[in-house]
Design a protein around this ligand. Structure first.
Ligand code: PEP
Length: 260
């Protein structure tokens, strides 16, 4: 494998997305197992846990940054079943996943709606982790550039250069999420470089060089290292393989190289 090329210093961030799995007790047990294993890890470790487990998870250890998987675009109001950024802050959520493909596809979230959530998160001091990615049909029709450009431009419309320093991006090809089909490191690298180009077009090269772009889609202990060795892949967003402490721990420790 080619060594990871020198690149502008960007943090290495590994995020677990637990989706609708784990009770409070299960979350606490997992974190108590994982926390001592990752104290010396080079990677910053984030966990997006179910709403009910955020507070308990955040209180166990400062080693893991705990966040949510979604939130409302409104500050408060008559929105049955929704959760506000202020409420997430109250239980110590530090980041929020926005625009995950399951939200886009199963709950029909548009880029405009996601954009309102991004602004709300930034206003409330919660770090937004914006997910983008194409479907298999869009890839086969050679529409990757257009799709990603539309998602990035529209979901981040109005975000200032300064605010971009707070935003995390995740490239998650829809065809690779939960399917066992992972993008090859070359495919992922090419698309991450493309995302960076798109960011540069709107916010300039300096912002683009700094933005952390994670890869997500069937990441496992056996493919994590090759993905992280690519110069534009700054971290991983991990669904299924983040549900057990040993496999998530292996992924967190997959890359032990030069990060600067
Ligand atoms: C995800 O939930 O964002 C994800 C990438 O899931 P998986 O790793 O299971 O494909």
């Amino acid at each position: 494998m080619a060594p990871r090329a020198k690149k502008p210093p960007r943090p290495l961030i590994i995020v677990g997305n637990w989706k609708m799995y784990k009770t409070i007790d299960e979350a606490c047990e997992f974190i108590k197992t994982l926390a001592p294993l990752i104290e010396k890890s080079q990677a910053a470790v984030y966990l997006a846990v179910p709403f009910t487990a955020i507070q308990a998870a955040a209180e166990i250890t400062p080693t893991i940054t705990v966040g949510a998987q979604n939130m409302s675009d409104a500050t408060e109001g008559a929105f049955t079943g929704e959760i506000a950024a202020r409420m997430l802050k109250e239980v110590r959520a530090q980041f929020v996943i926005l625009g995950h493909s399951e939200r886009r596809h199963l709950f029909h979230e548009s880029n405009a709606f996601i954009n309102r959530k991004v602004h709300r998160a930034l206003q409330e001091g919660i770090q937004p982790l914006l997910c983008v990615g194409e479907t298999l049909e869009q890839r086969e029709r050679n529409e990757v550039r257009e799709v990603l450009k539309e998602q990035i431009f529209q979901s981040l419309e109005g975000v200032t250069k300064e605010q971009m320093g707070e935003v995390l991006l995740a490239y998650e090809p829809v065809w690779a999420i939960g399917t066992g089909k992972v993008a090859t490191p070359e495919q992922a690298q090419e698309t991450h470089a493309l995302c960076r180009e798109i960011v540069a077009e709107a916010w300039g090269k300096r912002v683009a060089n700094k933005v952390v772009i994670q890869y997500g889609g069937s990441v496992k202990p056996d493919n994590a290292k090759a993905l992280l060795s690519e110069p534009d892949i700054d971290g991983l967003l991990v669904g299924g393989a983040s549900l057990t402490a040993p496999s998530f721990n292996e992924i967190i420790h997959a890359y032990q190289g030069d990060l600067t």
